[in-house]
Ligand binder design. Structure first.
Ligand code: UT7
Length: 327
């Protein structure tokens, strides 16, 4: 039994923050941001709304597209590092928002790799035959943990979410393989210093902006280039895939230079690489499902697709799947 993606939907909020807008907030410029990251704009969710809002929008569209009644959903998994609350889980809240009364739910915290970790986890419940309909969401309201006085991070991140439906198939489509890694030693280069149990919120932690993303750009960049390229090559070799066999690379959208390095290592030309970083920036767990949603009309049944990611933790990995439908 394989787990196959049978539908995909994405949601980004209407409000757009352009590079020009950021020039008015921090000492940066459009040219620097575009040439160093590939980003031109990002979408920002309004105050008072959380990741669940974007996740629920994506899931509502997904249910419509796949003709699924909410009560038929068995399980909802949400990859996110910006949950609405520390508890309950955002997946739990989304389930209530969309009326998925019979589903159980949980969140996966693997930063930018959250969607791939969640997709791998969800696929296991299908492959064992236990469940028939699993929704996997990846989404983040990164603007809620960004320090808009820090030019090294505020230019990168944006808000957005996407969701896919996983169902069983006895055909040879769907998820074929995944390779996942994590290395907690990477924590010091990319994390949120306060707000967890080791350093709960105090007046000082707020004043010191410790509830925002702390990132040392260069070590993360180096680890991301190596991690994403290595694991992509590894999954190709393991599954006897040559560059010509691959129809699409779906890379996490952190930096255009990291995406290019991964594609180069895999021997893929740019036309085979899904790139929408210019529109959304880095939406953390949202990037991969948002790519799938944007490219859904171009994906063809039987296409060999490789997903690759790298994120805070460190966490990284790749998945090989055969696309299961024509839209
Ligand atoms: O999502 C998963 C994890 N995250 C990532 O994968 C992100 C990985 N890292 C990166 O993408 C890049 O390291 C950044 C985009 C964060 C930074 O780009 P960089 O090419 O590594 O820049 P840098 O940190 O080496 O800085 C180069 C220069 C510095 O100035 P000096 O010291 O050369 O005078 C920075 O102060 O650029 C300066 N700089 C900026 N200038 C204009 C840093 N940020 C900015 C900015 N605007 N926003």
């Amino acid at each position: 039994m394989n787990a196959v993606i049978t539908g995909v939907a994405g949601y980004v909020p209407e409000k757009i923050l352009t590079n020009k807008d950021l020039e008015k907030i921090v000492d940066t410029n459009d040219e620097w941001i575009k040439s160093r990251t590939g980003i031109e704009q990002r979408h920002i969710l309004g105050d008072g709304l959380g990741t669940s809002y974007m996740g629920a929008k994506a899931v509502e569209e997904l249910l419509k597209k796949t003709n699924t009644k909410p009560e038929d959903v068995d399980l909802i998994i949400c990859g996110t590092v910006t949950p609405d609350h520390v508890f309950p889980s955002t997946a739990n809240i989304i389930g209530d928002m969309v009326g998925a009364k019979n589903a159980w739910s949980f969140d996966v915290n693997a930063a930018c790799s959250g969607f791939l970790y969640a997709l791998t986890t969800g696929s296991q419940f299908i492959e064992t035959g236990k469940y028939k309909k699993v929704i996997v969401i990846g989404g983040d309201k990164m603007s809620s943990i960004i320090d808009y006085t820090d030019r090294t991070t505020c230019i990168i991140f944006g808000d957005g979410a996407g969701a896919v439906m996983l169902e069983p198939t006895e055909e040879e489509y769907g998820i074929q393989d995944s390779i996942l890694y994590s290395d907690g030693a990477g924590k010091k280069h990319l994390y949120q210093k306060s707000g967890g149990s080791v350093s709960p919120a105090t007046v000082e932690t707020v004043a010191n902006r410790e509830h925002a993303v702390y990132q040392e750009g260069q070590p993360v960049f180096k680890a991301a280039v190596t991690g994403m390229a290595d694991v992509s090559e590894e999954i190709m070799k393991k599954n006897n895939l040559e560059a010509d066999d691959i129809a699409w690379l779906v890379p996490h959208q952190a930096n255009l230079r990291i995406i290019d390095a991964t594609a180069r290592r895999m021997g893929l030309s740019t036309e085979k690489v899904m790139i929408n970083i210019q529109k959304y920036g880095n939406t953390t767990a949202g990037t991969i499902p948002l790519c799938l949603a944007d490219w859904e009309s171009k994906l063809k049944k039987g296409d060999n697709v490789v997903i690759a990611t790298f994120g805070g933790g460190f966490t990284w990995g790749a998945m090989y799947l055969k696309w299961g439908y024509n839209s």
